[in-house]
Design a protein around this ligand. Structure first.
Ligand code: SF4
Length: 180
């Protein structure tokens, strides 16, 4: 079987899902036999080539995430939402209950500065946060979801290994694994 190309991407998340991915430990060698990891925070690949499988951690919180996710969708055959932030926004979506200005004021003007004189950072290099955080499926077609905060390493390995062997993971088998 020809080696596949694998990418992992970190959008609006805490990196906990990538930490859980690393918890597959020595099974990373099984993954490496079947796939080249061509873009990922763990290999520092910057470009997004055409790939077979992409694991996406985190939700869409900014214009940059939105553009990146659209780009990823065009470049990947199988897009997997990795973890609750990607699947349903989870922690990152908690700000959806408030309007964005109030969130910024609370975080920077009142929390950072006790005298209420703080300033919301404004620099072109900073992310432009969207008014609402979105799960991946509201922006692009998602092929498979793997919930959990974070998903357990065994569940991540199982799902990845099945796709790398051209099989669709069995959701009931995933449920029996401990995740999150
Ligand atoms: S699902 Fe949990 S572990 Fe994964 S990015 Fe979100 S908060 Fe972090």
């Amino acid at each position: 079987m020809q080696k596949k190309k694998l990418a992992t991407v970190w959008l609006g998340g805490c990196s906990g899902c990538h930490m859980s991915l690393l918890d597959i430990d020595e099974r990373i060698l099984d993954v490496a036999r079947l796939a080249d990891i061509v873009k990922s925070p763990v290999v520092d690949g910057k470009e997004m080539p055409e790939v077979d499988i992409t694991l996406v951690e985190g939700s869409v919180t900014s214009d940059e995430h939105y553009r990146e996710l659209i780009h990823i969708r065009k470049k990947t055959k199988v897009l997997i939402a990795l973890g609750d932030c990607a699947v349903m926004t989870n922690v990152t979506g908690m700000r959806n209950y408030f309007n964005l200005k109030d969130v910024f004021d609370t975080a920077y003007v009142h929390a950072v500065s006790n005298d209420g004189e703080g300033q919301v950072p404004d620099h072109p290099s900073l992310l432009k946060l969207n008014e609402k955080v979105q799960p991946l499926h509201e922006v692009v077609k998602v092929d498979f979801v793997l919930p959990g905060c974070p998903p357990d390493a065994d569940a991540i390995f199982y799902v990845l290994f099945e796709f790398l062997n051209d099989r669709v993971p069995n959701l009931s088998a995933v449920k029996k694994l401990k995740y999150g």
